[in-house]
Write a protein that binds this ligand. Structure first.
Ligand code: HEC
Ligand code: HEC
Length: 193
Protein backbone atom coordinates (compact mmCIF):
# COMPACT_ATOMS: atom_id res chain seq x y z
CA UNK A 1 0.00 0.00 0.00
CA UNK A 2 2.70 2.38 1.07
CA UNK A 3 4.89 1.48 -1.85
CA UNK A 4 1.96 2.09 -4.13
CA UNK A 5 1.47 5.61 -2.77
CA UNK A 6 5.15 6.42 -3.19
CA UNK A 7 5.02 5.07 -6.69
CA UNK A 8 1.94 7.17 -7.47
CA UNK A 9 3.64 10.32 -6.21
CA UNK A 10 6.81 9.55 -8.13
CA UNK A 11 4.94 8.98 -11.34
CA UNK A 12 3.05 12.22 -10.87
CA UNK A 13 6.33 14.05 -10.35
CA UNK A 14 7.73 12.46 -13.47
CA UNK A 15 4.67 13.61 -15.37
CA UNK A 16 4.86 17.21 -14.18
CA UNK A 17 7.39 18.41 -16.77
CA UNK A 18 5.37 16.74 -19.52
CA UNK A 19 2.21 18.49 -18.32
CA UNK A 20 3.88 21.90 -18.32
CA UNK A 21 5.41 21.19 -21.69
CA UNK A 22 2.03 20.26 -23.11
CA UNK A 23 0.78 23.69 -22.02
CA UNK A 24 3.25 25.06 -24.57
CA UNK A 25 5.58 28.05 -24.49
CA UNK A 26 4.82 30.83 -22.02
CA UNK A 27 3.08 34.00 -23.13
CA UNK A 28 6.37 35.87 -22.77
CA UNK A 29 8.09 33.42 -25.12
CA UNK A 30 5.25 33.71 -27.62
CA UNK A 31 5.35 37.49 -27.41
CA UNK A 32 9.01 37.40 -28.36
CA UNK A 33 7.99 36.50 -31.91
CA UNK A 34 6.14 39.83 -32.12
CA UNK A 35 9.19 41.86 -31.12
CA UNK A 36 10.53 42.46 -34.64
CA UNK A 37 7.57 44.70 -35.39
CA UNK A 38 5.98 45.64 -32.06
CA UNK A 39 9.20 46.11 -30.04
CA UNK A 40 10.49 43.72 -27.37
CA UNK A 41 7.90 44.90 -24.83
CA UNK A 42 5.11 46.10 -27.11
CA UNK A 43 6.36 49.66 -27.63
CA UNK A 44 7.03 49.63 -31.35
CA UNK A 45 9.64 51.75 -33.07
CA UNK A 46 7.00 52.52 -35.69
CA UNK A 47 5.82 53.84 -37.89
CA UNK A 48 3.23 51.45 -39.33
CA UNK A 49 3.35 48.76 -36.64
CA UNK A 50 1.28 50.02 -33.73
CA UNK A 51 2.47 49.95 -30.14
CA UNK A 52 0.55 47.28 -28.25
CA UNK A 53 2.01 47.71 -24.74
CA UNK A 54 -0.61 48.45 -22.06
CA UNK A 55 -3.32 47.56 -24.55
CA UNK A 56 -6.64 46.60 -23.02
CA UNK A 57 -6.71 42.76 -23.11
CA UNK A 58 -10.25 42.64 -24.48
CA UNK A 59 -9.45 45.03 -27.32
CA UNK A 60 -6.29 42.99 -27.99
CA UNK A 61 -8.24 39.71 -28.16
CA UNK A 62 -10.96 41.25 -30.36
CA UNK A 63 -8.32 42.63 -32.75
CA UNK A 64 -6.51 39.27 -32.99
CA UNK A 65 -9.76 37.36 -33.52
CA UNK A 66 -10.84 39.82 -36.22
CA UNK A 67 -7.50 39.28 -38.01
CA UNK A 68 -7.78 35.53 -37.59
CA UNK A 69 -11.26 35.51 -39.11
CA UNK A 70 -10.28 37.94 -41.91
CA UNK A 71 -12.86 40.43 -40.63
CA UNK A 72 -10.42 43.32 -40.35
CA UNK A 73 -8.27 44.64 -43.16
CA UNK A 74 -4.61 43.98 -42.52
CA UNK A 75 -1.29 43.87 -44.31
CA UNK A 76 0.28 41.11 -42.23
CA UNK A 77 -1.63 40.37 -39.03
CA UNK A 78 -4.27 38.18 -40.66
CA UNK A 79 -1.51 35.71 -41.54
CA UNK A 80 0.23 35.97 -38.16
CA UNK A 81 -2.93 35.68 -36.03
CA UNK A 82 -3.91 32.38 -37.67
CA UNK A 83 -0.85 30.75 -36.11
CA UNK A 84 -2.11 31.13 -32.52
CA UNK A 85 -4.78 29.33 -30.49
CA UNK A 86 -7.41 31.25 -28.51
CA UNK A 87 -5.56 30.37 -25.27
CA UNK A 88 -2.25 31.64 -26.64
CA UNK A 89 -3.88 34.89 -27.77
CA UNK A 90 -5.37 35.35 -24.31
CA UNK A 91 -1.95 34.75 -22.72
CA UNK A 92 -0.28 37.30 -24.95
CA UNK A 93 -3.09 39.81 -24.33
CA UNK A 94 -2.31 39.74 -20.61
CA UNK A 95 1.43 39.81 -21.21
CA UNK A 96 1.23 42.99 -23.31
CA UNK A 97 -1.38 44.60 -21.03
CA UNK A 98 1.22 44.52 -18.25
CA UNK A 99 3.99 46.19 -20.27
CA UNK A 100 4.48 49.90 -19.81
CA UNK A 101 3.84 51.95 -22.95
CA UNK A 102 6.87 54.04 -23.91
CA UNK A 103 6.10 56.80 -26.37
CA UNK A 104 8.46 58.63 -28.65
CA UNK A 105 8.06 62.22 -29.85
CA UNK A 106 6.62 62.53 -33.35
CA UNK A 107 6.69 65.41 -35.79
CA UNK A 108 3.34 67.11 -35.82
CA UNK A 109 1.75 70.40 -36.80
CA UNK A 110 0.85 72.25 -33.57
CA UNK A 111 -1.99 74.21 -35.18
CA UNK A 112 -3.62 71.09 -36.60
CA UNK A 113 -3.06 69.35 -33.25
CA UNK A 114 -4.97 72.14 -31.47
CA UNK A 115 -7.92 71.72 -33.82
CA UNK A 116 -7.63 67.95 -33.30
CA UNK A 117 -7.80 68.39 -29.53
CA UNK A 118 -11.09 70.28 -29.88
CA UNK A 119 -12.52 67.65 -32.21
CA UNK A 120 -11.37 64.89 -29.89
CA UNK A 121 -13.10 66.44 -26.87
CA UNK A 122 -16.28 66.92 -28.82
CA UNK A 123 -16.51 63.61 -30.67
CA UNK A 124 -14.09 61.01 -29.30
CA UNK A 125 -13.30 61.61 -25.62
CA UNK A 126 -16.46 59.90 -24.43
CA UNK A 127 -15.02 56.51 -25.40
CA UNK A 128 -11.31 57.34 -25.85
CA UNK A 129 -10.89 58.82 -22.40
CA UNK A 130 -8.03 60.95 -21.12
CA UNK A 131 -7.07 62.20 -24.58
CA UNK A 132 -7.00 58.68 -25.99
CA UNK A 133 -4.61 57.11 -23.48
CA UNK A 134 -4.70 53.28 -23.17
CA UNK A 135 -8.17 52.16 -22.12
CA UNK A 136 -11.06 49.98 -23.14
CA UNK A 137 -11.21 51.57 -26.59
CA UNK A 138 -7.54 50.91 -27.37
CA UNK A 139 -4.71 53.45 -27.53
CA UNK A 140 -4.70 56.64 -29.59
CA UNK A 141 -2.53 59.07 -27.59
CA UNK A 142 1.04 58.82 -28.83
CA UNK A 143 0.22 55.95 -31.19
CA UNK A 144 2.24 56.05 -34.40
CA UNK A 145 0.65 58.56 -36.78
CA UNK A 146 1.13 56.49 -39.99
CA UNK A 147 -0.61 53.57 -38.26
CA UNK A 148 -3.51 55.83 -37.24
CA UNK A 149 -3.75 57.07 -40.86
CA UNK A 150 -4.22 53.49 -42.06
CA UNK A 151 -6.65 52.68 -39.27
CA UNK A 152 -8.87 55.71 -39.99
CA UNK A 153 -8.71 55.13 -43.76
CA UNK A 154 -9.76 51.48 -43.24
CA UNK A 155 -12.77 52.46 -41.10
CA UNK A 156 -13.88 55.16 -43.52
CA UNK A 157 -13.48 52.85 -46.54
CA UNK A 158 -15.49 50.15 -44.75
CA UNK A 159 -12.53 47.73 -44.66
CA UNK A 160 -12.57 47.55 -40.89
CA UNK A 161 -15.80 47.19 -38.92
CA UNK A 162 -16.56 50.27 -36.81
CA UNK A 163 -17.12 49.70 -33.10
CA UNK A 164 -20.67 50.45 -32.06
CA UNK A 165 -21.56 54.15 -32.28
CA UNK A 166 -18.10 55.29 -33.38
CA UNK A 167 -19.08 55.82 -37.01
CA UNK A 168 -21.64 58.47 -36.15
CA UNK A 169 -19.00 60.48 -34.28
CA UNK A 170 -16.38 60.16 -37.01
CA UNK A 171 -18.97 61.27 -39.59
CA UNK A 172 -19.91 64.22 -37.37
CA UNK A 173 -16.26 65.29 -36.99
CA UNK A 174 -15.81 65.14 -40.77
CA UNK A 175 -19.00 67.11 -41.29
CA UNK A 176 -17.68 69.69 -38.83
CA UNK A 177 -14.21 70.23 -40.36
CA UNK A 178 -14.20 68.43 -43.71
CA UNK A 179 -11.12 66.60 -44.94
CA UNK A 180 -9.03 68.33 -42.29
CA UNK A 181 -10.81 66.48 -39.49
CA UNK A 182 -8.99 63.14 -39.52
CA UNK A 183 -5.54 64.63 -40.03
CA UNK A 184 -6.19 67.15 -37.22
CA UNK A 185 -7.18 64.30 -34.89
CA UNK A 186 -4.10 62.28 -35.88
CA UNK A 187 -1.79 65.27 -35.33
CA UNK A 188 -3.36 65.70 -31.89
CA UNK A 189 -2.73 62.05 -30.97
CA UNK A 190 0.79 62.28 -32.41
CA UNK A 191 1.49 65.37 -30.30
CA UNK A 192 1.17 63.34 -27.10
CA UNK A 193 4.16 61.52 -25.71
C1 HEC B 1 5.94 41.69 -39.57
C2 HEC B 1 5.53 42.64 -38.57
C3 HEC B 1 4.58 42.18 -37.46
C4 HEC B 1 4.72 41.10 -36.62
C5 HEC B 1 5.85 40.06 -36.59
C6 HEC B 1 3.60 41.17 -35.71
N1 HEC B 1 2.81 42.25 -35.99
FE1 HEC B 1 1.07 42.77 -35.05
N2 HEC B 1 0.80 44.32 -36.36
C7 HEC B 1 1.64 44.60 -37.42
C8 HEC B 1 0.99 45.60 -38.28
C9 HEC B 1 1.58 46.21 -39.53
C10 HEC B 1 -0.27 45.87 -37.71
C11 HEC B 1 -1.40 46.71 -38.29
C12 HEC B 1 -2.38 45.78 -39.01
C13 HEC B 1 -1.80 45.18 -40.29
O1 HEC B 1 -1.49 45.93 -41.22
O2 HEC B 1 -1.63 43.93 -40.37
C14 HEC B 1 -0.33 45.07 -36.47
C15 HEC B 1 -1.40 45.11 -35.58
C16 HEC B 1 -1.47 44.36 -34.42
C17 HEC B 1 -2.50 44.48 -33.42
C18 HEC B 1 -3.65 45.47 -33.41
C19 HEC B 1 -3.24 46.71 -32.67
C20 HEC B 1 -4.33 47.74 -32.55
O3 HEC B 1 -4.03 48.81 -32.01
O4 HEC B 1 -5.47 47.49 -32.97
C21 HEC B 1 -2.24 43.54 -32.46
C22 HEC B 1 -3.04 43.27 -31.21
C23 HEC B 1 -1.04 42.84 -32.86
N3 HEC B 1 -0.59 43.37 -34.06
C24 HEC B 1 -0.47 41.82 -32.15
C25 HEC B 1 0.63 41.08 -32.57
C26 HEC B 1 1.14 39.91 -31.89
C27 HEC B 1 0.56 39.33 -30.62
C28 HEC B 1 2.22 39.46 -32.60
C29 HEC B 1 3.11 38.27 -32.33
C30 HEC B 1 2.44 37.00 -32.17
C31 HEC B 1 2.38 40.36 -33.74
N4 HEC B 1 1.39 41.32 -33.69
C32 HEC B 1 3.37 40.24 -34.70
C33 HEC B 1 2.88 44.06 -37.66
C34 HEC B 1 3.37 42.89 -37.06
C1 HEC C 1 -18.92 55.04 -28.84
C2 HEC C 1 -17.52 54.87 -28.53
C3 HEC C 1 -16.49 55.43 -29.48
C4 HEC C 1 -16.43 56.71 -29.99
C5 HEC C 1 -17.37 57.87 -29.79
C6 HEC C 1 -15.20 56.74 -30.76
N1 HEC C 1 -14.57 55.53 -30.73
FE1 HEC C 1 -12.85 55.03 -31.67
N2 HEC C 1 -12.93 53.15 -30.91
C7 HEC C 1 -13.90 52.70 -30.03
C8 HEC C 1 -13.58 51.34 -29.63
C9 HEC C 1 -14.39 50.47 -28.68
C10 HEC C 1 -12.38 50.99 -30.31
C11 HEC C 1 -11.61 49.68 -30.20
C12 HEC C 1 -12.21 48.63 -31.06
C13 HEC C 1 -11.65 48.61 -32.42
O1 HEC C 1 -10.43 48.64 -32.55
O2 HEC C 1 -12.39 48.58 -33.43
C14 HEC C 1 -12.03 52.15 -31.11
C15 HEC C 1 -10.93 52.20 -31.95
C16 HEC C 1 -10.48 53.33 -32.62
C17 HEC C 1 -9.30 53.38 -33.45
C18 HEC C 1 -8.38 52.21 -33.77
C19 HEC C 1 -7.28 52.12 -32.77
C20 HEC C 1 -6.31 51.01 -33.08
O3 HEC C 1 -5.46 50.76 -32.23
O4 HEC C 1 -6.35 50.38 -34.16
C21 HEC C 1 -9.19 54.66 -33.92
C22 HEC C 1 -8.09 55.23 -34.80
C23 HEC C 1 -10.30 55.41 -33.36
N3 HEC C 1 -11.06 54.57 -32.59
C24 HEC C 1 -10.53 56.76 -33.57
C25 HEC C 1 -11.65 57.45 -33.08
C26 HEC C 1 -11.87 58.86 -33.33
C27 HEC C 1 -10.93 59.76 -34.10
C28 HEC C 1 -13.07 59.17 -32.74
C29 HEC C 1 -13.78 60.51 -32.72
C30 HEC C 1 -14.03 61.15 -33.99
C31 HEC C 1 -13.58 57.96 -32.13
N4 HEC C 1 -12.68 56.93 -32.36
C32 HEC C 1 -14.78 57.87 -31.44
C33 HEC C 1 -15.01 53.40 -29.58
C34 HEC C 1 -15.31 54.71 -29.94
Amino acid sequence: MRRKTVFAILSLLALAPIITQAAGPTAAALAFTCAGCHGTDGSSVGPSSPSIAQMDPEVFIDAMQAYKGDQSHSTIMNRIAKGYSDEQIKGMAWFFAKQKLRLQPQQHDPQLARLGAELHDKYCEKCHEDGGRPGDAGTLAGQWMPYLEYAMADYIAGKRPYPRKMQRKVDAAIKDQGDKATSALIHYYGSQH
